[in-house]
Design a protein around this ligand. Structure first.
Ligand code: KDG
Length: 317
């Protein structure tokens, strides 16, 4: 059974063929997006046994997502299909200047109808890690209940919980509700992986050291604060260390880098690496994710990662 299990919504991702304002964009490429399946795919590429729990619509989009994620080697045996709601869709907008935006068509989606009854008992209890994000509890009341039920079952079964806050303000009714829900999940998690801006939004803290300390104060054992190209700050109760990042010559799209980071971090821990070594891997996998427009196409295999990190010679032809 999978060593890592994730839970969350995956959508058809409609990516513009070129950057520019959405209003004038006429050509798109289909891909898929979903923070948790991104992490699962990242782990599978790195050679780990990983499962993804979700719900899809009984439509061609759901079939596409299931076969894609499954084709990447992720265990989808606990992804269900519902006749009552469609698969979610999202559009990305890429601008040459400034940040990319997203537009969601996921309200009332199949995944938003997940309930605690959709949680497979043994599948979850037999895992070593449960990876959650702050997106799922924003999708609906029943999704929030499902996330907290998963936390409870993981705790009972001694499954380590990793949590990426993944702030998505568009999905929440209010900032207060977002903060209080995500802080509850920080408190429930063993490993917390916030971006620096997310940390600033959640805690009364500015510097990465203070954000990591705030995560540990609330009960986490390990926190890694993502600093983009500057790498990450990783802390546990005995050490706090800045781990340098990688310079990516041409960043195509930073979305998905955080999921790559989580995949690299968990992969490192599964291989028995210490937090600093796991963070080095995490930075590298995150860097790979920024090299493509989609979220997952750039994620490395373990061979590619070793070549990139100079641990192995490449044979190209
Ligand atoms: O982390 C990348 C995700 O944001 C993207 O894949 C889409 O899951 C997604 C979301 O809800 O924004």
């Amino acid at each position: 059974s999978p060593r890592v299990v994730t839970l969350g919504e995956t959508m058809v991702l409609i990516n513009p063929a070129e950057s520019g304002p959405m209003k004038y964009t006429t050509e798109f490429k289909k891909s898929l997006g979903g923070a948790e399946s991104n992490v699962a795919i990242g782990l599978a590429r790195l050679g780990h046994d990983v499962g993804w729990i979700s719900k899809l619509g009984a439509d061609p989009h759901g079939e596409y997502l299931r076969s894609f994620v499954r084709g990447e080697g992720v265990d989808t045996s606990h992804v269900t299909t519902t006749q009552d709601a469609p698969t979610g869709i999202m559009f990305k907008e890429r601008r040459a200047l400034g940040e990319s935006s997203v537009y969601y068509y996921r309200h009332g989606s199949a995944a938003s109808t997940m309930t605690p009854a959709d949680l497979p008992e043994a599948f979850l209890a037999d895992a070593e890690y449960l990876h959650l994000t702050g997106i799922t509890p924003a999708l609906s009341d029943s999704c929030r209940e499902t996330v907290f039920a998963a936390v409870e079952r993981a705790r009972e079964a001694d499954v380590t919980i990793s949590f990426d806050p993944n702030l998505r303000e568009k999905l929440w009714d209010s900032t207060d509700e977002m903060r209080s829900t995500l802080l509850d999940l920080v408190a429930a998690a063993d490993i917390v992986l916030p971006g620096i801006e997310e940390g600033r939004a959640l805690f009364d803290a500015k510097e990465p050291e203070a954000i990591a300390a705030a995560c540990l104060d609330r009960g986490a054992d390990l926190a890694a604060v993502k600093l983009g190209a500057a790498g990450a700050l990783v802390a546990d109760d005995s050490t706090t260390e800045h781990v340098a990042g990688y310079d990516v010559e041409r960043v195509v799209d930073p979305v998905g880098a955080g999921d790559g980071f989580a995949a690299g971090f968990l992969a490192g821990r599964l291989r028995g690496l210490d937090p600093v070594e796991a963070t080095e891997r995490a930075n590298a996998v995150g860097a790979f994710a920024t090299t493509v427009a989609g979220d997952i196409e750039g994620l490395p295999t373990s061979e590619e990662l070793e070549v990139f990190r100079g641990e192995r010679d490449a044979v190209y032809r």
